[in-house]
Design a protein around this ligand. Structure first.
Ligand SMILES: C[S@@+](CC[C@H](N)C(=O)[O-])C[C@H]1O[C@@H](n2cnc3c(N)ncnc32)[C@H](O)[C@@H]1O
Length: 270
């Protein structure tokens, strides 16, 4: 089984997880931070104005919009029609707006090769199976020109495990309260989380708390716990060369880094 057959009832957690509640949380990212992350993307991939990039799992397209404003021609893809609609709405009116498409990043191959692909913010490792997760890297590889760069941003799992927090609570615009309960599977391979959203005792106008009973809704997610060396191996298996991991700043990765970057180059153009 590679991706879901069109006639299958099989469903994956992320197909329902990324709803309007998750959208409110994703929209609540500091624009300054998004701008600085877009700089990191350009630095790590070597992207310059006039070049092309694909944002794999672009969400609401915040990074794609910043890159487009810097002169990069970006195509952003996401499996959520609602998020793509929102991304298009956000970008509308900007004459350098990115192209946004609903597509499955596990198989999507762009019709023209691009100079760089990036996958930002835990949009990788959703399957239990490593070969399935590698598909995301292979799909990126297929969309890249020879010599093009792939960038993956992911939690630095040793840091996450050393600073493990079972419960986290955050508050977001629109009166959204999010509680995340986290556990690690007994075999240590997967991070399981339950995300419970509450609407602060209010509903959002439809009388039932954003379509949820008593203004509360829960979703589960699971993310593979890949250590940096495993990520490097997966990049190499997917055909990338010059693979390296680093901190967000491009420095040596240490146990103090909460998140990491993996970069790899598609062979050719030597
Ligand atoms: C944590 S969000 C990150 C969004 C964005 N990269 C950011 O940094 O704001 C993960 C995104 O991945 C998308 N996604 C997950 N699996 C996908 C797939 N197989 N194909 C396309 N999009 C996918 C979800 O719809 C969601 O928008």
């Amino acid at each position: 089984m590679m991706t879901k057959p069109t006639d299958s009832n099989l469903s994956f957690w992320w197909e329902t997880f990324y709803d309007d509640a998750a959208m409110a949380v994703l929209a609540d990212q500091d624009p300054k931070q998004i701008r600085s992350q877009a700089e990191m993307i350009m630095r790590a991939t070597g992207l310059v104005a006039g070049q092309t990039a694909m944002d794999q799992c672009c969400g609401l397209g915040q990074h794609a919009c910043v890159l487009a404003a810097r002169g990069v021609r970006v195509v952003g893809i996401d499996q959520s029609p609602m998020y793509i609609e929102q991304a298009r709405r956000q970008a509308a009116g900007d004459n350098k707006n990115p192209e946004f498409l609903v597509a499955d990043a596990l198989v999507y191959r762009h019709h023209e090769t691009v100079d760089a692909v990036y996958n930002w913010h835990s949009s990788f490792g959703y399957f239990d199976d490593d070969a399935m997760n590698c598909q995301m890297l292979s799909a990126a590889h297929a969309s890249l020109r020879d010599g093009g760069m792939m960038l993956l941003e992911f939690p630095n799992m040793p840091h996450l495990l050393n600073h493990f927090r079972g419960t986290m609570r955050t508050e977001h615009p629109g009166g959204v309260l999010l509680e995340r309960e986290s556990t690690v599977s007994p075999d240590g391979t997967t991070l399981h989380q339950t995300w419970t959203y509450r609407w602060n005792g209010r509903d959002n106008g439809n009388g039932s708390g954003n379509g949820s009973e008593n203004g509360k809704r829960s979703h589960r997610s699971s993310l593979r716990i890949y250590h940096p060396d495993q990520l490097i191996a997966m990049f190499k298996e997917s055909g990338f060369v010059d693979v390296r991991v680093s901190s967000h700043d491009g420095d040596e990765l240490t146990a103090e880094c909460a998140r990491l970057l993996v970069t790899g180059r598609k062979r050719g153009d030597e």
